[in-house]
Design a protein around this ligand. Structure first.
Ligand SMILES: Cc1cc2nc3c(=O)[nH]c(=O)nc-3n(C[C@H](O)[C@H](O)[C@H](O)COP(=O)(O)O)c2cc1C
Length: 197
């Protein structure tokens, strides 16, 4: 069977003019050019309350189940992570917590790690600051590894994001574009390798 070339792309921000959403758009375009079948999602379309086990006991939100299905259906992902206080956003943490929480007695989702295990994740970040949100990736990678994801060795943090895009949302620096492409292509390559095993 041919390996799936499906790639899920999303940003850890719901801000209207999010730099990370723009970066996700660039990554998605580059992935399509590389032959991937891309699903780009907006976390704003998956409204989730703050994780609370008591709330969960009354029923896992439908948005969490939809995300579990999407995560599991894509062997490779690109996450564009904003940096808040040297780490990733509460939105991203809350989303990953809901998606990784087992649904008791559910025929498919009683394992919390199932939507994560074996998925290849390429990490990107964007920030108006000089470090480009790099520190958020240093926190996000161990979380994903803990959930049994494969995190690509190549990562890219886009610094000075406020000056990095043109009016069409394209990166003006060819070097930055090449760095995003390298992460995307490595994630797709690694995903194919894992599926071939
Ligand atoms: C609470 C808070 C903390 C922040 N901390 C950092 C930080 O540690 N490093 C950084 O580079 N930017 C920091 N920023 C600025 C964000 O990088 C900036 O708001 C960015 O635009 C967020 O990503 P987005 O454009 O994708 O929404 C912070 C912003 C907020 C609201």
């Amino acid at each position: 069977m041919n390996p799936s070339n499906k790639l899920l792309v999303f940003a850890g921000s719901t801000r209207a003019h999010s730099w990370n959403r723009k970066l996700a758009g660039v990554a998605a375009d580059l992935a399509r050019t590389a032959g991937a079948e891309v699903t780009a999602i907006e976390l704003a379309d998956f409204e989730l309350p703050l994780y609370n086990a008591d709330l969960e006991a009354r029923g896992t939100p439908a948005a969490a189940i939809r995300l579990k299905e999407l995560f599991d259906a894509h062997p490779a992902w690109i996450i564009c992570s904003p940096e808040y206080n040297g780490s990733y956003t509460g939105l991203l943490k809350n989303t990953l917590d809901w998606v990784s929480s087992p649904v008791k007695g559910h025929p498919q989702w009683s394992s919390g790690t199932l939507p994560f295990a074996g998925k290849v994740v390429g990490l990107l970040s964007a920030s108006p600051g000089a470090l480009g949100g790099l520190r958020s990736l240093e926190h996000l990678a161990p979380l994903l590894l803990n959930l049994q994801c494969w995190v690509t060795p190549k990562q890219f943090a886009l610094s000075r994001a406020g000056e990095a895009f043109d009016a069409d949302g394209q990166l003006t620096s060819e070097a930055s574009r090449a760095s995003v492409r390298a992460v995307v292509e490595q994630a797709l390559w690694a995903s194919r390798q894992l599926q071939a095993r």
